[in-house]
Each structure stands twice: as structure tokens, then as C-alpha cells.
Design a protein around this ligand. Structure first.
Ligand SMILES: NC(=O)c1ccc[n+]([C@@H]2O[C@H](COP(=O)([O-])OP(=O)(O)OC[C@H]3O[C@@H](n4cnc5c(N)ncnc54)[C@H](O)[C@@H]3O)[C@@H](O)[C@H]2O)c1
Ligand SMILES: Nc1nc(=O)c(N)c(NC[C@H](O)[C@H](O)[C@H](O)COP(=O)(O)O)[nH]1
Length: 271
């Protein structure tokens, strides 16, 4: 996978500004802000099938993603994405650490939500290859597993990453779930105050549920001009019901802006 250096001009950046966390790193003691961002097809799928890495964003939208990464302390994904995509989760914008400047400036901390610590990390994992080369950071893995595999712990710590074992908050449909407040409190304790959540499907759907929307400061969705068809990984949160039990719209965005970018269109909004 080529590690190209990307550029995203000042004029291209303007439409995003009000949907991004402030550049100043002042922190008011509140929980970290979440920017929820992903790419989707016209039939609201984010991948051809579970576990299939699917390129949806065009070149300009991809450069936008790396600019957004440069504006956050951390990038968060679920273990399903880590296992499927072998992602780099670094910022390859020109001028970022390792891409035109020394050190790790503008390199966000990758965060993987992996309750059972099932991600099979190795020396060949792209995220560790880049950390070793000074072109990204090793991930922090949030898990409910009190004893992750010893060799994975040692491998991670060799490159500056770690497992963070957290108490299990609940089991949903047979799966251990950490609630978002617990996750964000832990990330705040790690000195991470702005979180870009990139997916995948279950992570996105979880944040779109009415009871979690208060954690999301803004949503930035890239819409690509294609249908992925039946069997895709669909973004469609649980429906909500009002006090009479009537089914209501799950989520409605406010302060909406649509912005063409290459052959894609980018939707920005807030809850
Ligand atoms: N188009 C895009 O922008 C985009 C972005 C990311 C991933 N993807 C694609 O999405 C697919 C992966 O999606 P997915 O839904 O299978 O996996 P995922 O990345 O959402 O990870 C799912 C796992 O995360 C954990 N998890 C999720 N919510 C949790 C919570 N609240 N508490 C604790 N653990 C939680 C669980 O272990 C769950 O099995 C892949 O095919 C990937 O290529 C696309
Ligand atoms: N914005 C966006 N457009 C896409 O077309 C796509 N497939 C993803 N998917 C997001 C997910 O997090 C991917 O795993 C990372 O985008 C991997 O990209 P890197 O290796 O980190 O550069 N995201």
C-alpha cells in the first residue's frame, strides 16, 4: 500500500472549519469532543461486505480525511475495522510528522475498541510498521479483557502503544460493550481531548443512537457516487420511540452544509 503524501489547500479547508475542534489545545475539563466521520455509498453502505476494505472516497475526499486527522488528538475505530483494513491510522498530510517534518507533529493517537482483545497484531501490521518508521503512533487498545495476549502487549509497548483494560460496562446481544462516557473519560485521562471516530459500522451506528448523540460534536460524511448493493455494511442506527411508543426518526442533523469535493459530496452537520 503506497504511503503517499497528501495536500489539502487552505481554500478547500474553509467549509470544514466550524465542524472541527478548535486548534488551540485549551481544555475546559469536559469530556473529549467526537467528530464522527466516514464515507458511504448512495445505498448507505460503508463496505461491500463485513471485513471487506472498500475504497469509497475519491482523492480529494481522502486528502480531506487526512486534514481532519491532523486536527484531532486521536482517531478511533472498532476492532472489526482494524482486522479488516490493516489501517495505517496516521496523518499523511504534507508537513505532518514523518511527511515533511520531524517528530510526530500532527500525528494523532490511534485508538482501537477491542473488548475481547482479539485483534491479531504483528510486526507486519501497517500501524506498527509506520510507528517504527516515525510516521505514525502505535495504538492504544481499549479492552474489557483483563489479560490480553502477552506477546501482543510486549509488541505494542515496544513501539509506544499499550492495552488499556477497562471494566466491562454491559453485554449487548452477547457482546461486551463499553459505554461511550466510560471510553471518553479514559481518553481524557490519557490527555486526548478531540477524537475523530472513523468507523466501522457498529461503532458508527452506536454513536448515531439517540442516547449517544450528546457525545458527538459534529458529523462529516463523504457520499460517493456509487451503489454497493445488497450485503453491504449498512449505516442505519436503531430507531427511536417517543413517550407514546410511536417510532420516531432515529437521528436528524442540524447546521447542515453540503459541499462538492471532486466527484464526491461532503455532508457536514451537528446534532
Ligand atoms: N467507509 C468507511 O468510512 C469505513 C470506515 C471504517 C470501517 N469501514 C468498514 O467497516 C467494516 C467494519 O465494520 P464493523 O461494524 O464490522 O466493525 P467495527 O469497526 O465497527 O468494530 C466492531 C467491533 O467493535 C466493538 N465495539 C463496537 N461498539 C462497541 C462499544 N460501544 N463498546 C465496546 N465495543 C464495541 C465490538 O467488539 C465490535 O465487534 C469493514 O469492512 C471496514 O472496511 C468503512
Ligand atoms: N473516509 C474513508 N473513505 C473510504 O473510502 C474508506 N474505506 C474509509 N475507511 C476508514 C477506515 O478507518 C480505514 O481503515 C482507513 O481509512 C484506512 O486508511 P489508512 O490506512 O488509515 O490511511 N474511510
Amino acid at each position: 500500500m503506497p504511503e503517499e503524501t497528501l495536500s489539502f489547500s487552505d481554500s478547500e479547508r474553509e467549509f470544514l472549519e466550524k465542524y472541527l475542534p478548535p486548534n488551540s489545545r485549551q481544555h475546559d475539563g469536559k469530556l473529549p469532543s467526537i467528530t464522527l466521520t466516514f464515507a458511504t455509498s448512495l445505498d448507505s453502505s460503508i463496505a461491500l461486505a463485513p471485513g471487506v476494505r472498500t475504497q469509497l472516497s475519491g482523492p480529494r475526499s481522502k486528502a480531506m480525511t487526512h486534514y481532519i486527522r491532523s486536527r484531532h488528538d486521536a482517531i478511533l475505530i472498532g476492532v472489526g475495522t482494524a482486522a479488516a483494513d490493516d489501517p495505517a491510522l496516521n496523518c499523511r498530510l504534507e508537513g505532518a510528522g514523518g511527511y515533511g517534518s520531524d517528530g510526530l507533529s500532527q500525528q494523532p493517537r490511534p485508538i482501537v475498541i477491542d473488548p475481547s482483545a482479539r485483534w491479531a497484531l504483528s510486526e507486519q501490521s501497517r500501524i506498527l510498521v509506520l510507528a517504527k518508521a516515525g510516521r505514525g503512533r502505535a495504538p492504544y487498545i481499549l479492552t474489557s479483557n483483563p489479560s490480553p495476549p502477552k506477546e501482543s502487549v510486549e509488541l505494542l509497548e515496544r513501539y509506544g502503544g499499550k492495552y488499556i483494560s477497562m471494566g466491562l460496562s454491559k453485554v449487548v446481544a452477547g457482546r461486551s460493550h463499553l459505554d461511550w462516557k466510560t471510553i471518553l473519560e479514559q481518553l481524557k485521562d490519557e490527555g486526548l481531548h478531540s477524537i475523530m471516530v472513523e468507523g466501522g459500522g457498529s461503532i458508527i451506528n452506536s454513536l448515531l443512537e439517540p442516547q449517544n448523540q450528546n457525545h458527538v460534536s459534529s458529523v462529516i460524511v463523504t457520499i460517493a457516487p456509487l451503489w454497493l448493493g445488497q450485503g453491504g455494511v449498512v449505516v442505519s442506527p436503531e430507531q427511536g420511540t417517543d413517550e407514546t411508543g410511536t417510532v420516531i426518526t432515529a437521528s436528524t442533523l442540524k447546521a447542515v452544509k453540503w459541499h462538492p469535493l471532486g466527484e464526491d459530496i461532503v455532508l457536514c452537520g451537528t446534532f
